[in-house]
Design a protein around this ligand. Structure first.
Ligand SMILES: NC(=O)c1ccc[n+]([C@@H]2O[C@H](COP(=O)([O-])OP(=O)(O)OC[C@H]3O[C@@H](n4cnc5c(N)ncnc54)[C@H](O)[C@@H]3O)[C@@H](O)[C@H]2O)c1
Length: 442
């Protein structure tokens, strides 16, 4: 089985490396020449645990290849996966499909009607009905190409999480395949057969259903986060402890304990844009999702509320210097897309005298963002904290969990720690003599 994956970003590269590990012959294609040249040399352009070893191993086994040009692997490929970005449309908050359709145009120009049909698989997160739109586009561009005779479209949304992407791809909770023909079903079955050993549920649905499952999943998870964030606000007012509330509700099997961690709001390349796109899908089909619309609002306000929390803890910020630990939207990734730190840092920059920041993997990407212009970049956590008036923890990297808090206290000008992820023990902070503010723990 030969596969081509177009788009060698977080999803395309991880999927390509894992499919090649399953034993398939995979070519990852990306228009970014620099990225492809690096990958050919085994250099990984993103931070993702375990990925480098897997890529190197499969390049060496001659099962994983990288190209700039889709035509190099097209003829030999049974299926072509599309894994390009689907960012928010600036006009109306829907998903922007420009990159997906560009790939379709390329594919259409390469289909040879004398060859076996090609299965085009959307792995990018695309709105409901995109598969159908692709069929229309193909028949407009080349009317002689017939569905099933020359091509077919499947939806195979991806659920991996950055930071544990390899594990998630190799041991997923489920795989969802939206297919409309036996031909598509057979190919998808072959591709995911290696997961049968682990008894992974493979759910075959219609294409529209698969497309919606992805948005509904992300919408639900984002809702859990906004829900616990609202509950944490109530906890602060009434003197309850949100950690215990989350535990108390999470132990109910109908609710589950995951995604019940209060914090500065969700970010990243998926939840913000996918909740916006889901709200737009609801509006488009006159079936508005008021829950999702509220979740988006709550999350936007959440970041500003965290700025207020810092202000309340420190007082007048005018002559103060603040240290920020953690910039990425979660640990174990270098992804800065829509990280809550962007709003928090840019707001604090306007209010305080000096802002020192440190993140173990996200600083190269943060340096490219104008919102960070004016911060002082630091070498490590202790260097960052030194001589500042307060420390604010935004991302819960493991190395921050293990900080020597006595040292932290001596490095800070004032012993104030604002922990937006609840990683430290309140009692220990008190023992050390740090003025400690966390989330939902009065
Ligand atoms: N990142 C995640 O955690 C995650 C998880 C699940 C689903 N998704 C979805 O997967 C899709 C991809 O996300 P990502 O984070 O991997 O994006 P990304 O931005 O990291 O990668 C996209 C890649 O596509 C390439 N590209 C764009 N147009 C191209 C073209 N015409 N030809 C060749 N290459 C092209 C870009 O150069 C880039 O390298 C999105 O729809 C996203 O919503 C992402």
């Amino acid at each position: 089985m030969n596969i081509t994956i177009v788009g060698a970003g977080y999803v395309g590269l991880v999927s390509g490396a894992c499919f090649s590990e399953f034993g398939f012959n995979v070519t990852c294609v990306d228009k970014d020449i620099d990225k492809i040249n690096k990958l050919k040399d085994g250099v990984i352009p993103i931070y993702e645990p375990q990925l480098e070893d897997l890529v190197k191993k499969n390049i060496f086994a001659n099962r994983l290849h990288f190209e700039n040009d889709l035509s190099k692997s097209f003829d030999i490929s049974d299926s072509i996966f599309i894994a390009v970005g689907t960012p928010t449309n600036s006009r109306d908050n829907s998903a922007n499909l420009i990159y997906v359709y560009k790939v379709i145009e390329e594919i259409v120009s390469l289909i040879n009607i004398k060859n076996k049909p090609k299965l085009i698989v959307t792995k990018s997160t695309v709105p409901v009905g995109t598969g159908q739109e692709i069929i229309k586009l193909i028949s407009n561009l080349r009317p002689e190409l017939k569905l099933y005779d020359h091509f077919d479209i499947a939806s195979n949304p991806e659920f991996l999480r950055e930071g544990s992407a390899i594990e998630d791809f190799m041991r997923p909770d489920r795989v969802v395949c939206g297919v409309e023909s036996e031909f598509a079903k057979e190919i998808m079955q072959k591709l995911y057969r290696p997961l049968n050993l682990r008894e992974t549920p493979i759910l075959f649905t219609g294409r529209e259903t698969a497309e919606l499952i992805k948005y509904a999943s992300n919408g639900f998870l984002a809702t859990k986060i906004s829900f616990i964030n609202e509950i944490s606000d109530i906890c602060e007012k009434v003197g309850a402890d949100v950690q215990q509330v989350a535990k108390g509700i999470g132990l109910d099997g109908r609710i589950g304990s995951k995604f019940l961690h209060p914090g500065p709001g969700f970010g990243g390349s998926c939840f913000p844009k996918d909740t916006r796109a889901l709200a737009e899908i609801g509006k488009k089909y006159k079936a508005r999702s008021r829950i999702i619309e509220s979740v988006i609002d709550i999350n936007e306000n959440r970041k500003l509320n965290m700025v207020k929390k810092v202000q309340d803890a420190i007082g007048n910020l005018k002559n103060k210097s603040i240290s920020i630990l953690g910039l990425t939207f979660k640990p174990n990734t270098d992804d800065m897309r829509e990280s809550p730190s962007i709003i928090i840092v840019s707001e604090l920059l306007n209010m305080c005298k000096k802002l020192r920041v440190y993140d173990p993997a996200g600083m190269d990407n943060a340096k490219k963002m104008s919102e960070f212009n004016g911060v002082e970049w630091c070498q490590n956590a202790y260097d960052c904290i030194k001589n500042t008036d307060a420390m604010v923890l935004i991302t819960e990297w493991n190395e921050f969990r293990a900080l020597d808090l006595i040292k932290v206290k001596t490095l800070l000008k004032q012993p104030i720690v604002i922990d937006l992820r609840n990683v430290y023990s309140k009692e220990y902070m008190q023992e050390v003599g740090i003025n400690y503010v966390s989330v939902g723990r009065s």
